[in-house]
Design a binder for this molecule. Structure first.
Ligand code: ATP
Length: 342
C-alpha cells in the first residue's frame, strides 16, 4: 500500500515540477522576442511634427493639392550631392525629379506611365509617408510639413493596390475609417461601395471574421471593403492606386461602381490603370523616370501622338469593344466604358 501511494504521489509531483522548469525556457524565449519588439518601438521616426505645426479642420479644407518643384530619392546620398543642381547626369539618381503640378479642389488627376516611373512614390509624398528632398508639397497653399501629421492623416484617404485587412470582423475593419460611425453609416458606406449584399450573404454579416489579411475574401471584395472604409473616412483628398491585378469583368464593374461616388467632387490623384478613370480625368500626367513628360486631357495627348498616345494604343486600343452590358460597352481589357467615351 505504501509503495502504491508513493508512486502515485511521485508522478503527481514530477509533472508540475517539469512544467515549472519549462517556465524558465518560455521566459527566455519571450525575452528574446521582446528585444525585437522593443527594437522596433525604439526606432527613431524620420517624419515627425515640426514645432508649431498646425492642425487643419477637415471642414475648412478645400482640397487644393500642389507639388512645387519636387525632388525625391529613397537612399540617402552623400551630403555633397544632396541638393539637386538641376538637370544633368545626376537625374537618374532621383526617383522624382522636379515635378510640378496642381490639382484644383474636386478635380481628378490621373498618373500614367511605365512601371518604375515613380507614380507610387509621388503619391507617398502627399501624406508625408516620405519627405521631399527639395521643393514643396502644398495642401490649400500650406506646406504639408507645417501641418500636424494627425491632421494630414484625416484629410487624406488612400486606396492602395494591396488592401490591408485585419483578422477581425468586417465591422471592425470598416471602423478603421471612422471609429465613431454608427451602424446606419456602416451600412450606407457598404451599400455605396457595392459590398453590402456580399456582407449580408456571409454567415455572420458584419460580424464575420475576414481571416488573416482577409484571405476569406476575393480580391474585388477586399478592394470594395477598402473603398467602404475610405467612404466612411470621407477625406478631402483621395489617393487611389488602381489595382493592376486582373479582376473578372463583373468584379471590375463593381469596383468601378464603388469608386465613382467616392471620387465624385473630391480632389483625387489616381494612379490609373483603368481606361474609364483616364477618360474621366481632368488632367493626365504622363510620368517617366520621375519627370512629367506630357500633361493634358486624353484627347489633347492623343492628338499630340507622343508617349501617352503610344501607351494608350499599346494598353487599351487593342482592346476593341467586345460586348455590351447594361452600363455601356465592355472592352477586351475588361473595362466598361460609355459609348461616347469610345
Ligand atoms: P509601378 O507602376 O510598377 O507600380 P511606379 O511608377 O509606381 O511603378 P515606384 O513604385 O514609385 O514606381 O518606383 C519608382 C522607383 O523607385 C523604382 O525604380 C523603384 O525600384 C524605386 N523604389 C520604390 N520603392 C523604393 C524603396 N522603398 N526604396 C528604394 N527604392 C524604391
Amino acid at each position: 500500500g505504501t509503495i502504491v501511494a508513493i508512486t502515485t504521489l511521485q508522478s503527481r509531483l514530477f509533472f508540475p515540477m517539469g512544467q515549472l522548469l519549462n517556465v524558465n525556457v518560455e521566459i527566455q524565449s519571450s525575452l528574446a522576442l521582446f528585444d525585437r519588439i522593443f527594437e522596433y518601438l525604439d526606432l527613431e521616426r524620420d517624419i515627425v511634427d515640426r514645432d508649431g505645426a498646425i492642425e487643419l479642420r477637415r471642414d475648412e479644407v478645400r482640397g487644393r493639392v500642389q507639388l512645387d518643384d519636387v525632388w525625391f530619392r529613397y537612399e540617402r546620398p552623400a551630403t555633397s550631392e544632396w541638393v539637386p543642381e538641376g538637370a544633368g547626369s545626376q537625374d537618374r539618381l532621383w526617383t522624382i525629379a522636379g515635378v510640378d503640378f496642381t490639382v484644383e479642389p474636386g478635380q481628378l488627376v490621373a498618373l500614367v506611365g511605365p512601371s518604375g516611373a515613380g507614380k507610387t512614390t509621388l503619391t507617398y509624398l502627399i501624406p508625408r509617408l516620405y519627405d521631399v528632398n527639395r521643393g514643396r508639397v502644398l495642401i490649400d497653399g500650406m506646406d504639408v510639413r507645417d501641418i500636424r501629421l494627425e491632421s494630414l492623416g484625416e484629410i487624406i484617404g488612400m486606396v492602395t493596390q494591396e488592401t490591408y485587412l485585419f483578422n477581425a470582423s468586417v465591422r471592425t475593419n470598416l471602423l478603421y475609417g471612422d471609429p465613431d460611425a454608427s451602424d446606419e453609416q456602416l451600412e450606407a458606406a457598404a451599400r455605396a461601395a457595392h459590398i453590402y449584399d456580399r456582407i449580408m450573404e456571409m454567415p455572420d454579416g458584419f460580424d464575420t471574421v475576414v481571416g488573416e489579411r482577409g484571405y476569406k475574401m476575393s480580391g474585388g471584395e477586399k478592394q470594395r471593403l477598402a473603398i467602404a472604409r475610405v467612404i466612411l473616412k470621407n477625406p478631402n483628398v483621395l489617393i487611389l492606386d488602381e489595382a493592376t491585378s486582373a479582376l473578372d469583368t463583373h468584379s471590375e464593374r463593381l469596383v468601378q461602381r464603388a469608386l465613382d461616388p467616392l471620387m465624385h467632387g473630391r480632389t483625387t490623384i489616381a494612379i490609373a490603370h483603368r481606361l474609364s478613370t483616364i477618360l474621366s480625368a481632368d488632367t493626365i500626367l504622363y510620368l517617366d523616370r520621375g519627370r512629367i513628360l506630357e500633361r493634358g486631357s486624353h484627347s489633347e495627348l492623343l492628338a499630340r501622338g507622343g508617349a501617352y498616345a503610344a501607351l494608350y494604343h499599346e494598353q487599351f486600343s487593342d482592346g476593341r469593344v467586345e460586348t455590351r452590358c447594361e452600363d455601356g460597352l465592355v472592352l477586351a481589357t475588361g473595362e466598361v466604358v460609355t459609348e461616347e467615351a469610345v
